[in-house]
Every structure is written in structure tokens, then in C-alpha cells.
Design a protein around this ligand. Structure first.
Ligand code: ADP
Length: 447
């Protein structure tokens, strides 16, 4: 097992990883920018190294500084968390070349899934149903029009290198398509350094359902059920739940089995999430995330496994030690993402936290890195906490979540807590009857 792990991240996920390492008897090295000297992950780590100034480009994304920090601290392994360098195949490869274990998938798998056109091809070839698309890059106006005609309007123009909900354009009619392709290409080049775009069928009433997998170096693969992440604003998830209210056990086992078989074929390792849109009883692959996800705790709450611990064990060469028949999913879990944002306008609200009181009690988990007196810096993501609640069934989970949200006090900042309270009073949420467009309509009805 590793003796020391460097955590190449900040915020709640750095604390989450640090906790798992500490429980495993592994020492931790926190890296931080100059604006994060007082951050919780820095306070809790065994060793800390400043890697640069506040802009992420110069600190949390600065590969030479991070590899130097790993070398100086004599770490055995690097955990990238999510965001930042977690899906950067070159970083994973460089970490390994410098003698550090990368706690994640192989650089080849990260690269394969990081390009959406390649990812869809691999998925299709390995028996995973995919969203109908142009079958590769659209090069010119004519091939775009032909592909869209065959798929049927409306269509989405998507950047192959896209991510974080960016790089998608909805096109309703052929006359809008040429311009959408041109703008998508130039925006993709600016945002992702790659102008490849493709066309995909637009699913107007779909749910976002994603399957969590865990795989070791020796062909052991299990799935841990699915999460429903349909509640999104601008393609960004706000509330996630497991299991999905839309699936029954047969559908769950069927899609889980398809995903496991594909992961076995491509010899995947570590954690991964295969994302689908689900409409009219059919699954359509959209992409695979080759990292730990923000919403992983809802899966942990229903399966009882510590996913970070499993990632560390796998990276250290341990076999899973259990099979699909040993995985038991129990009860229901929901996660609310609490962002430092105005709950109506979504304008970020960084600043100093005043009084702080986190909820507790049976089945309540708070993953956060804030504390009273902490100054939320303006340079990074606005998510400051995740409230995760588990109940014996969905109804108990909803009641407990309402109670926990009512207890939560975060003074000094605007947060999305009032929005979550309103969501949990809405019949659509109570009945689990919502799709990927529902939240957008719910928040725009405020205007
Ligand atoms: P990203 O990598 O930016 O997260 P994804 O491909 O995972 O992009 O899609 C994010 C979200 O965008 C999905 O959860 C869904 O809400 C929406 N979306 C993506 N593809 C489609 C599609 N073909 N039809 C309808 N909505 C889509």
C-alpha cells in the first residue's frame, strides 16, 4: 500500500480524499494556491506545499509545480480528484513517468473517453447503445446537412472535446445548421483547443441516468447501480439521486450488465461513470467520465463502499476482492449541491462565511470544506458543500433531506439552499417525475 498520497485538488473533494487516506493509514500532501493558505484541506493534511498564485492555470493546473511538489514530498501516488487535471491524459502519463502511481484510470482510457467521437465509437463497438449521430466529425456544410437530415431535427451540434456542459448547440431547422456548425467549431477551438464537432439526435424528454463502475487491474469489474442526474441548469447538475426513480430492477441489471461487459472488453480500471440519456424505455450513451464524480456519495450511501478507498486500493494493485453478486444496493440517497450563488440569478457569491452550522443525525452526510470565518475565494468553482441524505426508501430520504436543509445555517453568503427547499416541496420532485429540462423551466418561471 502507498505510504504517502499527494492530493492534486482543493475544496471538499481534497478533504474527501484526505479522509479516506487517513483511515487507510496513508499520509497526505495537500497542494494549494496562495489564496488557499487557510483552506480546510491545507489545515487537515499531514504536509502542505504551495504550488502557485490564485489563478488555477498557475497552481492547481500547473503540472511542473505539482510534479515537483510530489517529488519534494516523496509521495508514492497522486489523486487528482475531479475537475482540474483529473481527465488530463498527459498529466496521468507524466505522473507515471515520474514514478508516481496515478490514482485513476490508465492515460490511454482517459484519452479514449476524453474525445467524445472516439468514446462513442468505442461504446458502440462494445455493445453499448449510443445516441444516433453523424458517425464522426462533420467536416463541411454538406456533410452536416446530410447527417442532420438522416438523424432528423432537432439536432445538437456538439464539440468532441467538450465538457462541463459547454460546447453544445441546439438546431431546430436546416437553415440554422451551417451557422451553428461554424460557431460551434470556433467556440470549441477557443475553449478546448480542438475544433472537431459532430451532430447528435436531440432527445427532448430524456432523463440523465449514469452507471457507476469499479474495475481492477485483473479483469474484475462491478457496477454499483445508477444515479439519476436529470436536475440540471445549463447542463450542470444540481441535485442527484440513487437509484433512479425511472428504472426498475430489471432495467437496472440490464444496463449495468451491458456496461460491465464493455468495461471488461476494454480492460478499464479504477472508477468510471458511463452516462446515458434515457427516453421512452431506451438508453442512449452520451459519454464516459474517467474519474471520481461530484455525485459519487449517493452511490456510496446505497452500496456501502468507500469509492475513494477502492480507487486507492486498485491503484496500489489490490484486486477488487468481491464480485457483482456481493454488491447490495439498499435504500435511497439524494445529494444537494450547495453553491455560493444567488438562488435565483445564480450569480456567484464568494466572501467570508459568518455563522456556520451543518446538519447531522441519522443518514445525513455533509461533504464540505468551509467553516465559520473561512473566506470563499472568488477564483474557483462556486460549490461549497454537498448535503447527502440516505433513507430506507425515497420518501424517508425526502423527509430527512427537508429536515436537514432546514437545519443548515451558512451565514454571510448567498447559497442555493433556498432553491433546494423549494425543489423538495414541488410535486414533480416528490413524485420523481422530471427530465433534463425540468429544472431550467422551474427556475425560469421565477422571472
Ligand atoms: P458534458 O461533457 O459537457 O457534461 P454531456 O454529453 O455529458 O456533456 O451532456 C451533458 C448534458 O447535456 C446531459 O446530461 C443532457 O442534459 C444534455 N445533453 C447532452 N446530449 C444530449 C442530447 N443528445 N439530447 C438532449 N440533451 C443532451
Amino acid at each position: 500500500m502507498f505510504e504517502k498520497v499527494l492530493i492534486a485538488n482543493r475544496g471538499e473533494i481534497a478533504v474527501r480524499i484526505l479522509r479516506a487516506c487517513r483511515e487507510m493509514g496513508i499520509r497526505t500532501v495537500a497542494i494549494h494556491s496562495t489564496s488557499d493558505v487557510d483552506a480546510m484541506h491545507v489545515r487537515l493534511a499531514d504536509e502542505t506545499i504551495c504550488v502557485g498564485p490564485p489563478p488555477a492555470q498557475d497552481s492547481y493546473l500547473c503540472v511542473p509545480a505539482i510534479l515537483s511538489a510530489a517529488t519534494i514530498s516523496n509521495a508514492d501516488a497522486i489523486h487528482p480528484g475531479y475537475g482540474f487535471l483529473s481527465e488530463n491524459a498527459d498529466f496521468a502519463a507524466m505522473a507515471e513517468e515520474h514514478g508516481f502511481a496515478f490514482i485513476g484510470p490508465s492515460p490511454e482510457h482517459i484519452r479514449m473517453m476524453g474525445d467524445k467521437i472516439t468514446a462513442k465509437k468505442v461504446a458502440r463497438e462494445n455493445g453499448i447503445p449510443v445516441v444516433p449521430d453523424s458517425g464522426g466529425t462533420v467536416k463541411d456544410e454538406k456533410s452536416a446537412l446530410d447527417a442532420a437530415e438522416e438523424i432528423g431535427y432537432p439536432v445538437l451540434v456538439k464539440a468532441s472535446a467538450g465538457g462541463g456542459g459547454r460546447g453544445m448547440k441546439l438546431v431546430a431547422t436546416p437553415d440554422e445548421l451551417p451557422e451553428a456548425v461554424q460557431t460551434a467549431k470556433s467556440e470549441a477551438l477557443t475553449a478546448f483547443g480542438d475544433n472537431k464537432v459532430y451532430i447528435e439526435k436531440y432527445l427532448g424528454r430524456a432523463r440523465h441516468v449514469e452507471v457507476q463502475v469499479l474495475a481492477d487491474f485483473y479483469g474484475g469489474v462491478v457496477h454499483l447501480g445508477e444515479r439519476d442526474c436529470s436536475l440540471q441548469r445549463r447542463h450542470q447538475k444540481l441535485l442527484e439521486e440513487a437509484p433512479s426513480p425511472a428504472l426498475n430492477d430489471d432495467q437496472r441489471h440490464e444496463i449495468g450488465g451491458i456496461v460491465v461487459a464493455a468495461m471488461e472488453k476494454i480492460a478499464y480500471r479504477s472508477v468510471g461513470t458511463v452516462e446515458f440519456l434515457y427516453e421512452d424505455g431506451a438508453f442512449y450513451f452520451i459519454e464516459m467520465n474517467t474519474r471520481l464524480q461530484v455525485e459519487h456519495p449517493v452511490t456510496e450511501m446505497i452500496c456501502g463502499l468507500d469509492l475513494v478507498r477502492e480507487m486507492v486500493r486498485i491503484a496500489a494493485g489490490a484486486p477488487l476482492g468481491y464480485g457483482q453478486e456481493d454488491i447490495r444496493l439498499s435504500g435511497h440517497a439524494i445529494e444537494c449541491r450547495i453553491n455560493a450563488e444567488n438562488p435565483v440569478t445564480f450569480i456567484p457569491s464568494p466572501g467570508r462565511v459568518g455563522d456556520y452550522h451543518a446538519p447531522g443525525g441519522l443518514g445525513v452526510r455533509v461533504d464540505s470544506a468551509i467553516y465559520s470565518g473561512y473566506n470563499v475565494p472568488p477564483h474557483y468553482d462556486s460549490m461549497i458543500a454537498k448535503l447527502i441524505v440516505h433513507g430506507a426508501n425515497r420518501n424517508e430520504c425526502l423527509m430527512r433531506l427537508r429536515r436537514a436543509l432546514d437545519e443548515y445555517v451558512i451565514d454571510g453568503l448567498e447559497t442555493t439552499i433556498p432553491l433546494h427547499r423549494r425543489l423538495l416541496a414541488d410535486p414533480a420532485i416528490i413524485n420523481g417525475d422530471y427530465d433534463t429540462h425540468w429544472l431550467e423551466e422551474f427556475v425560469s418561471s421565477d422571472d
